[in-house]
Write a protein that binds this ligand. Structure first.
Ligand code: ZN
Length: 160
């Protein structure tokens, strides 16, 4: 069976950046399982998955535009340290939930200088070209319920 809309595919992956550093990998875990065609994985990878079948191995490079987006400077802000009252020890790399005009978002502290704290609301992989090495392990038909819910049930998916 080939990967197409309304199929569920499982795959092993290694994700590296331009420098060849491994950003994420499924090694040592269960393969990732997703419902194809509804944007559950990044667009560029989903496109490359179409038509593949169990046993296929391939590599695909995904641009930021088809990955986690380009880095948006408008999501970088400098806020006063006071905004983090109650936090014991502010450090770069700390993540916080914040309310924005566009709803709740996750921001990460990228710099601290005196009373000024720089926070970045971009996805950590925004602006990164993604290099995937993929091995498809299974392709099956999605159940009607999975299609209606827009996600996978059972192994590797939602339990409810
Ligand atoms: Zn569901």
């Amino acid at each position: 069976m080939q990967i197409a809309d309304r199929t569920v595919a499982s795959f092993n992956y290694t994700l590296t950046n331009d420098a060849g550093e491994v950003l994420d990998a499924s090694a040592g875990r269960e393969p990732l399982t997703y419902l194809h065609g509804v944007g559950n994985i990044v667009a560029g990878l989903e496109k490359a998955m179409t038509g593949k079948k169990a046993g296929d191995k391939f590599k695909v490079d995904v641009t930021p535009e088809e990955g986690y987006g380009v880095h948006n400077p408008g999501l970088v802000q400098v806020v006063p340290r006071d905004a983090f009252r109650g936090v014991d020890k502010l450090q770069t790399g700390m993540q916080f939930r914040a309310d924005s005009d566009r709803g709740p978002m996750t921001v990460v502290i990228t710099g601290i200088e005196g009373e000024q704290v720089t926070v970045d609301g971009n996805h950590p992989l925004a602006g990164t070209t993604l290099h995937f090495a993929i091995e498809i392990t299974e392709v099956r038909e999605a159940s009607v319920e999975e299609v209606l819910h827009g996600h996978v049930h059972g192994a590797g998916g939602h339990h409810h």
